[in-house]
Each structure stands twice: as C-alpha cells, then as structure tokens.
Design a protein around this ligand. Structure first.
Ligand code: HEM
Length: 461
C-alpha cells in the first residue's frame, strides 16, 4: 500500500482547517501543486484529472462505494432490498429518458410562463429560491402528474430541514436525538406519507398505469417483478430532493454570469424571440432551436458545477493511478478543479458559451473533463430534464427582462453542500414589447466572431 503525495498539514487537525476555510481554493491550489492524484490527512485521496475521475466514477459499486446518505436510504442492509433499489433506478432511468422528457416540454414551459412573470413583482429577486420552488413543483409533476398536489411543499420542507445538517462542519450520526435531526425525521416521514397517499389513491381509482415516474415504478416488469411500496416511496422521495436542488443552483450560476454580460443577454433575447412562440405551446421543436441559450447553460455548469466534488470510498484494496489504496480510503473527485483546468479548457476562467460550438475547444476536451452530471452507475438521471428546465427558464426570463445585479449585493460561492451562488440578488426590468407577431426577426442568432474569442473565429487549439 502506498500513498500519493500531498500537503502535510497541522500536527493535530491536519489539513481540516485549511479545507474548511476555503474548500474550492484548497482543492484548486493543491491539485495544481501535487498533480493528478494526491492525498491529504490520513485517508483522503483526490483524483483531479479526467481519466482518473472517469475511473473512479465508472468503477463505482465495484471498487468504490457511494457517499453515505444522512437518511441511510442507500445503505441497504439486505441484498434483496439493494436489488429493488437498482431496479427502481433502472425504471426511473427509463421514465426519464430524453424522448420521454421531450414530450413534457409543453408542460414545463407552461409552468414557467406562469411562474417567471411573477418574479418581478418581488422587486429584488432571489433567483435560486424562486427557481427552487419552480423546480420542486416540476419535480412533483414528473413524479405524480395530476396528483402532484398531494405532496405539495413536503419535499421543500425535507430539503430545508436537511440543509443545517449537511452544512454542519461536524457530521454527527443521524440517530442522535438533536432537534435538527428530529426535524429531518419528521419531514421525511411526512413526505413518505404523502407519497403513500398518492399510491393509495392510484390503486383505489385503478390508475396504476400512468406515464409519470410513479406509474413507471408501479408497473411490474418481467425482469424485476413488482417493487415494494417502501422502495417506491424512498426512491421517489430521493428523486424529489434531487429534482429541486441542483437545477436551482445551476440556474443561479447561469444568471450570475448573465448579469455581468448584457451582450450575452442580448443574444439569448434575440434567439428566444425568434424561436419561441409568443403564445401557444412551446414544443421540442422550438426548444431544440435554443442553441445559444443551451451553450450558455452548459458553460455556466462548466465554471460552476453544483456537484463540485464527488465523494467515494474504496470498498476493498484498490489500485488507482499507480497507487494501491487501503479499504475505506475516501476518494474525492473535484469536478470544479478539472473543469477549470487550462489543459482541457483554454482560458478556463473566461465565460465563453461558444467553446461548445462543434469546432470549439470545449467540444474537443477529453472524456470526463466535463462532469456536471457525473458518470457511471450513479450518473444523474435528471440530465435531460434539468437541461430543458434551465435552458427554457433562461430563454423565457431573458426574452422578457433585462437582468442586473442589485447594487451592493455580492455573490459568494458556497460549497458547503452543492455549489451555490450565495447572496445572488437580481433586479428584473421588463424589455419593451416586440410589435407585430411577437417574433423579433433578427440576424444575431449566429455567434458574432470577436477578436478576443478565438473559438468564435474557429481558430484551432
Ligand atoms: C443542473 C441540474 C442537475 C445536476 C448538475 C445534477 C447532478 C447530479 C450528479 C452529479 C449526480 C451523481 C452524483 C454522484 O455520482 O455521486 C446526480 C444524481 C442524481 N440526480 Fe441529478 N442533477 C441535476 C438535476 C436533477 C434532476 C432535475 C433530477 C430529477 C428530476 C435529478 C435526479 C437525480 C437522481 C435521482 C440522482 C441519484 C442517482 C442515484 O444515486 O442512483 N437530478 N445528479
């Protein structure tokens, strides 16, 4: 067994204080100093390179275990329950495949058209909070369709109750009877009860065949048979939590970049005005033409991945990057560092949506250099859904409003859970209405080449 090199740290507390004081800075500077694989304290190894990151994520469940979840949902005691969880994952993946998600675009857009105009009435908008209540509602709709009201607000309370627990610097066991642990237990119970109620109503009304996620999970399959109600409740509760947090942070970062760049806002507004109908359904056909807006979202997730670090642990003695790691070694994969590495993304700190054009440098980056949704057996199942959400929200918001930072507000990256733009406050000013058919026919959809943007000029790397 040999350990990768790394910082020595203090005699008593090791590197803990330096890490907790500035997690992003610590990970970045130590990766620059020690290279692709390094270690700190006694049992933490960091894999800060695309190919090692790919190995860790792809070998998850074989050589590496996932993170311990506070609610202990994923630590299943018996093989049969574990098998059921995997079956539920496969079924939800089917339910959330891109083609199924594309059909939901009119529904997502309709919800957004209701919600976004109301944001401006709040004056200064807390975009992350507004987007969280929107994505939370949409998450319930994809799980429960017309029965979404039966769990309304319950997943938000579970999320809110979990925040102080997850943000705490000291991870205390969940069985300790602290008030905050009791609040999580109550919220979790309430949400699972709400889900149980939906299952009951569906059975009573003989509506077990819906095409929402609950419908998919209630259908027995030849391969996996019927899932237990407990597994259905737990896996849908986990999905509802995942559906609201990362997209709201990701969208917050998109807006954070937009308020600094009126020129990018103009390009989005022009594209959205040209592509989206002023009224009537927004379909997949409209959505897929929002090419520039989609690149903006993609670039925001490169600079600011909500899941900025992946945590795994070795399940047994395991080789990685030429080292042999002991069982139980914690392995961290900082996507934030990899996605800002100049070797894979030239001028990495420059916000440049056009690096994602077919000939751009982003598109040419090595596999696993861009990891906002993970990879391997735990890859995000909401990938298509959340890209649709964020792209449509950006297009609809910027089509109708100019975005500006509230004077005196300052954004601080908060990596204590997901990477979130803490302090983001935005002022929305309505754009002048477009006369005629509501469609502004302009020619600014093509990326405008500028001297400072080699990717737009098509210059090779
Ligand atoms: C910007 C938006 C999102 C980002 C960046 C994101 C990112 C991720 C990442 C990185 C993982 C894997 C974590 C790991 O490997 O340890 C993950 C897992 C997951 N995501 Fe997302 N996610 C987003 C939106 C969503 C949405 C909208 C949903 C559901 C509607 C969702 C559902 C899930 C679920 C259920 C898992 C757990 C998979 C499992 O453990 O089996 N995500 N997400």
């Amino acid at each position: 067994m040999n350990r990768p090199p790394g910082p020595v740290g203090g005699r008593l507390a090791g590197n803990g204080p330096a890490y907790d004081q500035d997690r992003l800075g610590f990970m970045t500077s130590m990766s620059q100093e020690h290279g692709a694989i390094w270690s700190f304290d006694r049992h933490i190894v960091v894999a800060a390179d695309p190919s090692l990151a790919g190995e860790v994520l792809l070998r998850t469940n074989r050589d590496f275990g996932g993170e311990v979840d506070f609610l202990h949902r994923k630590q299943k005691e018996d093989a049969a329950t574990q098998q059921q969880w995997m079956s539920s994952r496969a079924a939800r993946m089917r339910g959330m495949r891109p083609a199924a998600m594309q059909e939901k675009i009119p529904m997502i857009a309709a919800e957004m058209r209701k919600a976004i105009p109301s944001w401006k009435s709040h004056g200064e908008v807390d975009v992350v909070a507004e987007m969280r209540s929107l994505t939370s509602r949409l998450g319930s709709m994809i799980c429960f369709a017309e029965d979404a009201h039966l769990t309304e607000g319950l997943e938000q309370e579970l999320f809110d109750s979990l925040l102080p627990v997850i943000r705490s610097l000291i991870a205390l066991p969940s069985w300790l009877p602290l008030p905050r642990h009791r609040r999580v237990a109550r919220a979790n119970q309430a949400l699972e009860k709400g889900i149980a109620r939906v299952i009951e109503v569906r059975r009573r009304d003989d509506r077990t065949e819906g095409d929402d996620l609950l419908g998919v999970l209630m259908k027995p399959t030849g391969r996996h048979g019927r899932l237990s109600d407990k597994v259905i409740r737990e896996t849908l509760a986990a999905t509802l939590l995942a559906a609201q947090s990362a997209p709201s942070s990701g969208f917050g970062w998109t807006v954070h970049e937009l308020v600094k760049r009126p020129d990018v806002q103009e390009r989005i507004a022009a594209e959205a005005t040209a592509v989206l109908p002023a009224s009537g359904d927004i379909s997949h056909d409209h959505y897929r033409k929002l090419e520039f807006t989609a690149r903006v979202v993609k670039e925001a997730l490169r600079l600011w991945p909500p899941n900025w670090v992946y945590a795994r642990h070795t399940l047994k003695e395991t080789d990685l990057g030429g080292y042999t790691l002991a069982p139980g070694t914690k392995v961290m994969v900082p996507s934030y560092v990899i996605q800002r590495d100049a070797r894979w993304f030239p001028e990495p700190l420059r916000f440049d949506p056009d690096r994602w054009l077919p000939q751009g440098t982003g598109t040419a980056a090595p596999q696993y250099a861009y990891l906002p949704f993970g990879a391997g057996p735990l890859v995000c199942m909401g990938l298509s859904w959340s890209l649709i959400e964020m792209t449509l929200a950006a297009a609809l918001l910027v089509r109708d409003f100019h975005l500006a930072a509230v004077p005196g507000s300052a954004v601080v990256p908060d990596p204590s859970r997901e990477l979130t733009p803490s302090g983001l406050r935005v002022r929305l000013t309505p754009r002048p209405a477009v006369p005629g058919d509501g469609v502004r026919h302009t020619a600014v959809l093509a990326p405008e080449p500028t001297a400072r943007c080699p990717m737009a000029l098509g210059k090779p790397r």
